[in-house]
Ligand binder design. Structure first.
Ligand code: PMP
Length: 393
């Protein structure tokens, strides 16, 4: 028997609990204030238009839907970016963020025999699985400082410096999962300096573009800064969160190359890897993305809905901070909750304390102390604050 998945297993345990106050803060999926799943209005509209058009269900090419690949690279790098104009980006539609990361991992395994990936400690639980399964060696760089519940910037820089030349440095483009702690723009520049000095290759995982701050451009700033320095960059994208397409499995892998010729070759190799893995990617969600981005009114509506989702999460974050600060009499500084960004908050709770959250308070969360604020409502903040304070002390 294989063990349950540490993230998706939390939802299974939640379902089996009948307590009326139970809360599922495990999986990162957006919920409404009523804690219901949310389908974006703009997605419903795009769906209706597609149905009316009656498009066929034939296979896509291995690299995916051309219109999707165009808009996804435009959204990430900016349509005016010279790397797009010079056709230096190899873009292949992947099976959402996970599948796109897996394609890049396979590319590294095949063409960089001494390639090693550095991942942050901690990171999203699936990163290690992906590189293990692709047989790509990985090690960790310091990222989280438990003393400040903030970034261990010096440790991060030292570890990236110490990595063998030409390593792949996996970076979360925005809204770091699980910590919610991002480098500042100044820190990003220093990270880029070190990566450039060591001839490392930045490998971005950007699963929350537009969902973290509400702005597609602001959330892509880190990726664009590296690209503007003329570096070769890998970037995996996902439309699970920002467009709520979770189960449609829509995303892409982009490789920014030094020439159009190199980009064409990299794309051909990505296709060669994808063909025996899953043949070709899903069409429906790709059409949804292409149609929304390609239509000015729908695009505007999508941006407004992203802002609304990001705004709800920010409101919940503030309410949780207020509840923790007013209820806790120990003098603990809870301001880290406010400094974090994105759908998660890293509480700093250890495993035993997380067990107390679940066993006593019926709050389901991953054992690393991460809670998904997207699964929390304003109405439940006080209850959650009681649970966290009780578990801490
Ligand atoms: N990377 C990170 C950091 C994530 O948090 C997620 C979603 N939890 C993903 C990638 C990929 O998700 P998906 O495969 O649904 O796009």
């Amino acid at each position: 028997m294989a063990p349950p998945d540490p993230i998706l297993g939390v939802s299974e345990a939640f379902k089996a609990d009948n307590h009326e106050l139970k809360l599922n803060l495990g999986v990162g999926a957006y919920r409404t204030e009523e804690l219901q799943p949310y389908v974006l209005d703009v997605v419903k509209k795009a769906d209706k238009l597609l149905l009316e058009k009656g498009e066929n269900r034939e296979y896509l090419p291995i690299e995916g839907l051309a219109a999707f690949n165009k808009v996804t690279a435009d959204l990430l790098f900016g349509a005016d970016n010279p790397v797009i104009k010079q056709q230096r980006v190899a873009t292949v539609q992947g099976l959402s963020g996970t599948g796109s990361l897996r394609l890049a991992a396979a590319l590294i395994e095949r063409y960089f025999p001494r390639g090693e990936v550095l991942i942050s400690s901690p990171t999203w639980g699936n990163h290690k699985n992906i590189f293990n399964d692709a047989k790509v060696p990985w090690s960790e760089y310091r990222y989280y400082d438990p003393k400040t519940v903030g970034l261990d910037f010096e440790g991060m820089i030292a570890d990236i410096k110490a990595a063998p030349e030409g390593s792949f440095i996996l970076l979360h483009g925005c809204a770091h999962n699980p910590t919610g702690i991002d480098p500042t723009p100044e820190q990003w520049e220093i990270i880029a300096d070190v990566i450039q000095e060591k001839n490392h290759i930045p490998f971005f995982d950007i699963a929350y573009q537009g969902f973290a701050s509400g702005s597609l451009d602001a959330d892509a700033a880190s990726v664009r800064m590296f690209v503007a320095r003329g570096m070769e960059v890998i970037a995996a994208q996902s439309y699970s969160k920002n467009l709520g397409l979770y189960a449609e499995r829509i995303g892409a892998i982009n490789v920014v190359c030094s020439s159009p010729d190199a980009a064409a070759r990299v794309k051909s190799q990505l296709k060669r890897i994808a063909r025996p893995m899953y043949s070709n990617p899903p069409v429906h969600g790709a059409r949804i993305v292409a149609n929304i981005v390609g239509d000015a009114a729908l695009f505007k509506e999508w941006n407004a809905e992203m802002e609304m989702m990001a705004g709800r999460i920010k409101n919940v974050r503030h309410k949780l901070f207020d509840s923790l600060s007013s209820k806790d009499k120990s003098g603990k500084d809870w301001s880290f909750v406010l400094k974090q960004i994105g759908m998660f908050s890293f509480t700093g709770l250890n495993k035993a304390q997380c067990d107390n959250m679940t066993n006593k308070w019926h709050v389901y969360m991953t054992k690393d102390g991460r809670i998904s604020l997207a699964g929390l409502s304003l109405a439940k903040c006080e209850y959650l604050a009681d649970a966290i304070i009780d578990s801490y002390h």
